[in-house]
Design a protein around this ligand. Structure first.
Ligand SMILES: C[S@@+](CC[C@H](N)C(=O)[O-])C[C@H]1O[C@@H](n2cnc3c(N)ncnc32)[C@H](O)[C@@H]1O
Length: 382
């Protein structure tokens, strides 16, 4: 499709060479770039399984370059354009294998990009190494970069990623199967494209680095996986693909995708994650309460003494803050955090123990600011 130069053609597949088409897109206009460029696999000869069936390897013309120098020049050209088109708050993801990712990484750095993470996409169902001459190549690498070292703002939905990951911080090893089954597009019964990426991979990236309404650019669109996932998640997209067959395929694939029924921005932000469990002894470990300190049971005459091991004693009872509370109150249970009060050394005021538990929670779960993280990275403290 033709488009007006210097206007972002939202939700459109542009057909042609990305080096030319990228130069027609406006500067500072997209929130995220996802690029799955040719890997320059340099496959030589046919590949056969031990049972003499043919391996459908990536031997397409679009993946062939005469030399590393030619590949590097190509990489420099499209990455340079992407950097111009990205907003100053934008980030870029590029995926590759050992064949190309080190070259791409070096060129990213030469162009001024700043690497935020490398992520390993660990394939749960990789193709075996049929010749048995090397390790089975079971992962690909993704580089996540910002435009420059000094760029302080970019989208990283840390909290919602963690909430969706059973409250565990999202790590840089992603276990995702390769694209198979119904998701794999077919043409005349054959795979329509040699390197269609799984939607799950794109879903994770867009969840991490975009918000509803953001614009995602993919200069090597292939079957349009990025566009399909972007539409499903209520993001805008722009795709560039050189081969007409793939460009058409991508457009019709995306046409079938239903956008979200409830726009994400109309729903509340993810709730705070369930609170971290803090045992009472942590207050003693952190010096917020000392052995020998006295605690008062809410609205009663009961006093308890704190012991070094995290138990408290009152009268004949020595046990946890909850157990001693329930025995003193003669009730089946008691939340010691709410019912035992300590004396604030500075104000002399009596406050519930829970106040101190929150102090520790904050200290443990605090995420360092972006600037602090970068400073730690620079000084090797991270
Ligand atoms: C690795 S595939 C991308 C597959 C895609 N991520 C998917 O899930 O289907 C790379 C694609 O880039 C296209 N391509 C190669 N060189 C190109 C260029 N210079 N400009 C635009 N597209 C190009 C190829 O035709 C191929 O479809």
């Amino acid at each position: 499709m033709k488009h007006e130069v210097n206007r972002l053609p939202l939700d459109t597949v542009l057909q042609g060479d990305c080096r030319t088409l990228l130069s027609t897109l406006p500067s500072n206009s997209v929130d995220l770039v996802f690029a799955d460029p040719p890997y320059n696999l340099q496959l030589r000869g046919e590949l056969w399984r031990p049972n003499l069936t043919h391996v459908d390897a990536v031997d397409d013309d679009w993946d062939k370059f005469a030399s590393f120098a030619e590949y590097d020049a190509f990489t420099r050209a499209w990455l340079g354009e992407c950097r111009r088109i990205m907003k100053d708050t934008g980030t870029l993801w590029v995926i590759g294998s050992y064949h190309n990712i080190y070259r791409v990484g070096a060129i990213l750095q030469e162009l001024g990009f700043w690497i935020l993470n490398d992520v390993s996409w660990v394939k749960s169902n990789p193709m075996p190494n049929f010749r048995g001459t090397r390790f089975c190549n079971a992962h690909e690498t993704l580089l996540w970069v910002k435009k420059s070292e000094k760029q302080s703002k970019y989208t990283f939905n840390y909290q919602s990623l963690k909430a969706g990951n059973d409250d565990l911080q999202m790590r840089s090893d992603w276990h995702i199967p390769i694209c198979t089954g119904d998701e794999r597009l077919k043409l005349n019964g054959e795979k329509a494209h040699a390197t269609q990426k799984p939607e799950a991979l794109l879903h994770r990236i867009l969840r991490a680095c975009t918000n509803p309404g953001d614009v995602v650019l993919d200069p090597f669109f292939g079957t349009g996986t990025t566009g399909a996932v972007a539409k499903r998640m209520g993001r805008n997209w722009v795709g560039i693909e050189r081969e007409e067959t793939y460009a058409r395929l991508a457009a019709s694939r995306i046409q079938e995708v239903v956008p979200p029924l409830v726009p994400d921005e109309d729903t509340p932000a993810p709730l705070d994650t369930p609170k971290l469990r803090i045992p009472f002894v942590n207050l003693i470990e952190h010096g917020l309460i000392h052995a020998g300190d006295e605690l008062r049971l809410d609205r009663t005459e009961h006093i308890a003494v704190v012991h070094e091991d995290g138990t408290i004693s009152s009268g004949r009872h020595r046990a946890s803050i909850h157990k001693v509370g329930s025995l003193c109150l003669n009730k089946p249970s008691c939340n010691g955090w709410d019912h035992w009060f300590f004396r604030d050394r500075r104000t002399g005021e009596y406050l519930p123990l829970d106040t101190l538990r929150e102090v520790i929670r904050k200290a443990i779960t605090a995420t360092p600011s972006q600037d602090a993280v970068e400073a730690m990275e620079r000084t090797g403290k991270l």
